[in-house]
Design a binder for this molecule. Structure first.
Ligand SMILES: [Zn+2]
Length: 213
């Protein structure tokens, strides 16, 4: 299968990660024990009433927060795309809210993604763009990787003339710990195809994002 379906780099990473994780995947009980240990390590008593169910709840929450490991962009985007009659200009989905977790501290990162592409005869269902953002957000991330993975997934599966992704996010690991800078926003961009090669297309993308905010 792999030989006939070329995969994008992040997908390869994902498959390496999940297949390795699959082999030695700890049981739910082991995962709950690990949370129990962390509760003791922070100085609390996992046996007190309020914390009795916490390990089970945390593991259950992790299943949802990190559900992106069990899916691929290829499956999510599918193989069929809608034909467009003559529309060949920018499709932009602006301000898609997301939550992810930084891979360094496993602390939340919250922000908005702006995702655009220039169709090459076919378009994606608009909800799929938001779902691709969620797919990668529900893994441990750096903001740079998240931005690049969203762009690569759309470029590789839809094959448009170009993709532009901008992410604006606040990192709780900067707001709550370390240098404690609240309210600072980190911006990252990835451009492919026409957006990468033509500065005018980048300007149009930026202008559309800032228009009628
Ligand atoms: Zn962090």
């Amino acid at each position: 299968m792999d030989a006939i379906s070329p995969k994008i780099e992040p997908e390869k990473n994902r498959e390496t990660l999940t297949s390795n994780a699959g082999q030695n995947r700890p049981s739910r009980e082991e995962a709950e024990k690990a949370v129990h240990t962390l509760l003791r390590w922070i100085g609390d008593d996992p046996e007190r009433e309020g914390l009795l169910d916490t390990p089970a709840r945390v593991v259950k929450a992790y299943e949802e927060l990190y559900s992106g490991y069990s899916k691929s962009a290829e499956e999510m985007l599918g193989r069929t795309f809608d034909e467009v009659a003559g529309y060949d200009d920018i499709v932009l989905v602006k301000s898609i809210p997301f939550h992810t977790h930084c891979e360094h501290h496993m602390v939340p990162v919250t922000g908005h993604a702006h995702v655009a592409y220039l169709p090459n005869g076919t378009v994606l269902g608009l909800s799929k763009i938001a779902r691709v953002v969620d797919l990668f957000a529900r893994r441990l991330q750096t903001q740079e990787s998240l931005t690049a993975q969203i762009a690569a997934a759309i470029q590789d599966n839809l094959d448009p003339k170009g993709v532009a992704v901008m992410i604006e996010a606040e990192h709780m690991c900067m707001s709550m710990r370390g240098i404690e800078k609240q309210g600072s926003t980190t911006m990252t961009t990835t451009f492919t195809g026409a957006f990468k090669n033509d500065p005018d297309e980048q300007v149009r993308f930026m202008t559309m994002i800032r228009m009628s905010a």
